[in-house]
Design a protein around this ligand. Structure first.
Ligand code: PLP
Length: 379
């Protein structure tokens, strides 16, 4: 009732592929909205989870456990030094809510600025900073003092981000909203204005982070550093977990009990995040995503250049959008029939979120299948 049914029953998953109950193989460029970026059942993560399952798999965060320290240690290698504090929850929406609470508490202000075409999740807090009316309809009123600004409007920031602003929350590449890329000037101005007004800059890298766009974090490509960094999806290698990274100048303003969660930071989540981060580092995942992504984008641009229904191919690393002049559902169905799973973004965008383990043959197969389905939809 709440979810679309793609008409497939999946029986098995490995690496970049899914198999349905009839044994048909699919190249997975959906990856559960980007979750399986490290490949399905990544062996290093599977082993780490099994090992932890056989030791302790549930424990309140009131007790210390070695796997948590080990996870923190390896995480410290992939974020700027200033992020001394790490907070774990179970889903993206929850970590967004957490960050909004933290921003209000730490600043004593209420106003939160978010952007057109944003998607930050569907709990009440996250929904309050998600622009799509479709998700908000019927459940309002949402959080008061959440104010929408125009994405990529550099001039507009001066007025809307002011001394009353607790936080600005932004995706540097908007995922659900249509694979819309923030301009360098916009990101720079968001950072400048938040510093000037003492507002907290929350960068939501739940979809863009952990190597997907070709760098460990997308903010690195913009030469900015957020005040609060949010991660989710890929960071658990498939295990449901989300992470906030915070500096001590923010956490020092919070008292214990500001937030809590029964399952947040449980030993299995710690084992998954630790193992996923080891894969990220040891297998140079961001570099591979950058190389494979630019190959895929280049080939798609060539293949699709003559088609009127294709407006643009855009993206970074392995986060790719094919903006169409039609609604993409028909093409997504055609791709599924030909053994390729993709998804929609915004209203007209065919989105590809492949795992970093795709190989050259997969790329050729994807480009040819997309070419064929676009050809069919064009005639
Ligand atoms: C950028 C971004 N933020 C937040 C969320 C919400 O995450 P979750 O669905 O895990 O609650 C998503 C989910 O697609 C997302 O893409």
């Amino acid at each position: 009732m709440f979810y679309e049914d793609r008409g497939l029953e999946i029986a098995y998953a490995e690496g970049q592929y899914l198999w349905d109950v009839n044994g048909k193989r699919y190249l997975d460029m959906h990856t559960g909205h980007g979750v399986a970026f490290l490949g399905h059942r990544n062996p290093h993560i599977v082993n780490a989870l099994i090992e932890q399952l056989n030791k302790v798999y549930t424990l309140s965060t009131s007790f210390r456990i070695k796997i948590r320290d080990e996870m923190l240690d390896v995480l410290s290698k992939i974020v700027p030094e200033k992020f001394e504090y790490v907070y774990l929850l179970n889903s993206g929406s929850e970590i967004v809510d957490f960050s909004l609470k933290v921003a209000r508490k730490a600043t004593g202000r209420k106003k939160i600025v978010y952007f057109t075409n944003s998607f930050h999740g569907r709990t009440f807090g996250a929904l309050s900073v998600t622009s799509n009316a479709k998700y908000r309809r019927g459940v309002e009123p949402l959080l008061a003092d959440a104010v929408q600004a125009k994405f990529n409007d550099v001039e507009g920031l001066e007025k809307i981000v002011d001394n009353e602003t607790a936080a600005v929350i932004v995706e540097l590449i908007q995922g659900e909203g249509g694979v819309n890329i923030a301009s360098k000037e916009f990101a720079k101005e968001v950072r400048r204005r938040t510093l000037e007004t003492g507002s907290i800059l929350i960068v939501d890298e739940i979809q863009t982070g952990f190597g997907r766009t070709g760098s460990t974090w997308t903010f690195e490509q913009y030469n900015i550093v957020p005040d609060i960094l949010l991660a989710g999806k890929a960071i658990g290698g498939g295990f449901p977990v989300s992470v906030a990274f915070l500096p001590s100048d923010i956490t020092s303003k919070l008292e214990s009990g500001t937030h809590g969660s029964t399952y947040g930071g449980n030993p299995l989540a710690c084992a998954a995040v630790k193992a996923a981060t080891e894969v990220l580092i040891q297998d140079s995942v961001p570099l591979k995503a950058a190389e494979k992504g630019s190959q895929l984008i280049d080939m798609l641009r060539k293949k699709l250049s003559g088609y009127r229904i294709v407006r643009e191919v855009r993206g970074s690393g392995l986060m790719i959008g094919i903006d169409l002049r039609i609604e993409p559902t028909k093409i997504i169905k055609c791709l599924q029939n030909s053994g390729l799973l993709a998804l929609k973004a915004g209203v007209t965008v065919l989105r590809l979120l492949p795992p970093y383990v795709i190989n050259g043959d997969d790329i050729v197969y994807a480009v040819n299948s997309i070419g064929k389905c676009i050809e069919e939809a064009s005639s």
